[in-house]
Design a protein around this ligand. Structure first.
Ligand code: PGA
Length: 248
């Protein structure tokens, strides 16, 4: 049984212009002593190729934030997994709650996108997480494990992937679950991965996401079954992102 390799990924969301390349350069220059941990930046797709030129081949991996399930075709404005890979991405975030809520993405659609990512050679980071109403109703564990079952297709067996637990109410709010709540959810996600994939379900890191910042990173990253973080707002500034990475 191989322990998961930690992953810290920055999700720039719809932020980032040419001027942001310097932040990415500063992240790449500031990394050191990572051990086997991996660090990724997922910029807007418009910056992937420029980031590859600026820091490609270095310690920072690049990722996309979404892809279409189809490989090509008449889908104006959309991007395929192959295009992201061609631009320089090696990972892709899929099923983020902002896409589930804002673009009506279902578990089945997310699973189809995961399949497309794998076919293009991209490592998916599949996001799951409950709303505040669902947590208050005592449904958080059932909702999240249901999303894991529905969003992760069987083709993931034996492939490299990560799951990101991101409670919707913790994203961009400054609120975080308690360490005990994070550990309870991550244990439930791990048990579900084991049920679905057997021993292969042990090796995928389960990231925590939602208001991770330098001041809470170490505690969160050392919680049981937390295999890294998906970081939004605090990944936009190199100093903050590096501060989080130091929490490993
Ligand atoms: P946040 O976002 O760190 O700004 O809360 C996390 C995410 O949405 O991935």
């Amino acid at each position: 049984m191989t322990a998961p390799t930690p992953l810290i990924a920055g999700n720039w969301k719809m932020n980032g212009l040419a001027a942001s390349l310097d932040e990415a350069r500063a992240v790449a220059a500031g990394l050191g002593g990572l051990g086997d941990a991996r660090v990724a930046i997922c910029p807007p797709a418009t910056l992937i190729d420029r980031l590859r030129q600026a820091i490609g081949g270095g310690p920072v991996l690049l990722g996309g934030q979404d892809c279409r399930a189809e490989a090509s075709g008449a889908f104006t404005g959309d991007l395929s997994a192959e295009m992201l890979a061609d631009a320089g991405a090696s990972l892709v975030i899929l099923g983020h709650s902002e896409r589930r809520a804002g673009h009506g993405e279902t578990d089945a659609l997310v699973a189809a996108k995961v399949g497309a990512a794998l076919r293009a050679g991209l490592e998916p980071i599949v996001c799951v997480g409950e709303t505040l109403e669902q947590r208050q109703a005592g449904e958080a564990l059932a909702v999240v494990t249901g999303q894991v079952r529905g969003s992760l297709p069987p083709e993931l067996a034996g492939r490299r992937f990560a799951v990101a637990y991101e409670p919707v109410w913790a994203i961009g709010t400054g609120l975080t679950p308690t360490t005990a709540e994070i550990e309870e959810m991550h244990a439930a996600v791990r048990a579900t991965l084991r049920e679905m994939f057997g021993a292969a379900g042990e090796t995928a890191p389960i990231l925590y996401g939602g208001s991770v910042k330098p001041s809470n990173a170490a505690e969160i990253l050392h919680a049981a079954e937390v295999g890294g973080a998906l970081v939004g707002g605090a990944s936009l500034k190199a100093a903050d992102f590096l501060g989080i990475i130091q929490g490993l």
